[in-house]
Design a binder for this molecule. Structure first.
Ligand code: 5AD
Ligand code: SF4
Length: 477
């Protein structure tokens, strides 16, 4: 079939249109398999955050329905890189690995390469790829990921070089497309897409577009389906989960959504990522304190402890208001685990500003922290701010911060030694098959003797021996 015929026959409504393309692509792939006398393989590689991981499951779901077999090797017939651009080194990694893919492609004339995700929303990246990476077959962005089956089929029939389809933004959310989950018993669930906050260092609002929320009934129905399929833990995903509800006809707060999800029978644990401190309501703290399935873990990105830098970052809270929030949280939920993200070396950061960050870290005593060196993202307001901090100063501050967060992390983890905790068993231990590996409600990893029958169950485990950031334990029941 020609591309024109294919497009002319396609339904206009979604998701029917994508299911039509899946069927058409499956026919082509089946023929190809017969020609080659073997199954075709695909590999989806994810860079970056949990949002991307979830998007990759959607891509894989479609590829499997089309007839591809999944492989871990990138020497496959169809390779997708789902990219990240939050820091410069994420981009560099992709360029480096594309060179290796080119080598595979020279040896397999049927190989196709697709690139998608946040990095593709940057026009300079796409220009560079067009010029120097002509062997790439398909490029699409974050806003039209739901159209993957359509883009893939067009690309399959296309004989004339790269297909590029990037949208600047969308308010469209397409439900009910196939998904291939990585874990049988836990799953990410998108509750909103995009971000309206425009922190001055961050490229996400430019590449993921304006914030839009999924309807609560769609979220609840998806989770009910997941539970019926064996899922016991969900991670609700949004760039700023506490502003959930934006744009919905009937306003629902994030805390109200949590209540609805908590009521789903068979579901055992609810996590969420990421709340913004400026919108963290008392209602949400109350929901975490009272809803039994909600894990007592709050990831609360600090970014900087200096009110001066926070202002320049457009974070809309101060050192004092952040600390008050943490106090309130700890008072209401004494056993809450608090984790964070911190950026070192934002433009204009003085030693005094940095010491404010160290001070907040000391006061909060985080369970763990992701620490990042500031990365200049072209197009963001911070990229052109004066007083970019020299590399050696940043490196020194980064090392001091890391030492402090690691010290606190060890102390926090060590504090559980000898206690009995509920562990969700996730997998057989990679190094020692007589052990299983699971997670506490606050995300600490625990290894203990057990077998595959425990996977997906929550069991009581005695934490015998602290090994730094994880535990060796034994079943307590
Ligand atoms: N440089 C360094 N870190 C960044 N982050 C976001 N943008 C940048 C940047 N330009 C960090 C923030 C955010 C996390 C996901 O990535 O800490 O919370
Ligand atoms: Fe980026 Fe700030 Fe939005 Fe988070 S809240 S995605 S840091 S702009």
């Amino acid at each position: 079939m020609s591309i024109t015929d294919l497009l002319n026959n396609a339904p206009d409504t979604e998701p029917e249109r994508q299911y039509y393309f899946i069927r058409e692509a499956a026919k082509i792939i089946e023929k190809k398999e017969q020609e080659l006398g073997r199954k075709l393989t695909c590999c989806v590689t994810t860079f970056g955050c949990q949002m991307n991981a979830r998007d990759s499951e959607k891509l894989l779901g479609i590829l499997k329905q089309i007839g591809y077999e999944e492989t871990d090797s990138e020497n496959a017939d169809f390779v997708v890189y789902n990219t990240c651009t939050v820091r410069e080194n994420a981009n560099n990694k992709v360029y480096g690995r594309l060179g290796i893919l080119h080598g595979y492609k020279k040896k397999n004339k049927d190989m196709m390469i697709a690139l998608c995700g946040c990095m593709m929303q940057e026009p300079t990246v796409v220009e560079h790829l067009q010029e120097s990476y002509k062997f790439v077959d398909l490029i699409f962005g974050t806003h039209n990921l739901y159209k993957f089956a359509e883009l893939f089929t067009t690309s399959l029939l296309n004989k004339k070089g790269m297909i590029i389809d990037i949208w600047k933004d969308t308010d469209k959310i397409v439900e009910n497309l196939p998904i291939q989950r990585k874990y049988p018993f836990k799953s990410g669930v998108n509750i909103s897409f995009g971000c309206n906050n425009f922190c001055t260092y961050c490229i996400v609002p430019y590449v993921r577009g304006r914030e839009r929320s999924r309807k609560p009934e769609d979220i609840v129905n998806e989770i009910k389906g997941l539970v019926a399929d064996g899922v016991v833990e969900v991670m609700l995903l949004g760039q700023n989960v506490n502003s959930y509800g934006v744009g919905l006809e009937e306003k629902v707060t994030f805390a109200e959504l949590l209540k609805m999800v908590n009521d789903i029978e068979g579901l055992k644990r609810i996590r969420f990522m990421t709340p913004h401190p400026k919108d963290l309501s008392d209602e949400l703290i109350e929901a975490m304190a009272t809803l039994p399935k909600v894990c007592k873990h709050m990831h609360l990105p600090l970014q900087s402890g200096s009110t001066n830098i926070l202002k320049k970052m457009n974070r809309r809270y101060t050192k004092e208001s952040y600390l008050e929030l943490v106090d309130k949280l700890k008072k209401r939920i004494p056993d809450v685990a608090i984790t964070t993200d911190i950026i070192v070396g934002f433009p204009g950061e003085t030693e005094e500003d940095f010491l404010d960050t160290m001070d907040v870290v000391d006061k909060v005593h985080y369970d763990s922290a992701f620490t990042f060196i500031y990365s200049k993202r072209t197009g963001t307001p911070a990229a052109t701010m004066p007083d970019q901090v020299p590399d050696d100063v940043v490196k020194d501050r980064f090392d001091r911060l890391l030492a402090l967060v690691q010290k606190h992390g060890h102390e926090k983890v060590k504090g559980y030694e000898g206690t009995v905790q509920e562990i969700l068993v996730e997998e057989i231990n990679e190094q020692d098959s007589s052990l299983v590996t699971g997670k506490m409600s606050n995300n600490i990893t625990v290894h203990f003797p057990g077998d595959a029958s425990l996977i997906g169950n929550i069991v009581k485990v005695k934490l015998n021996c602290c090994k730094g950031f994880y535990y060796i334990g034994e079943l307590a029941e």
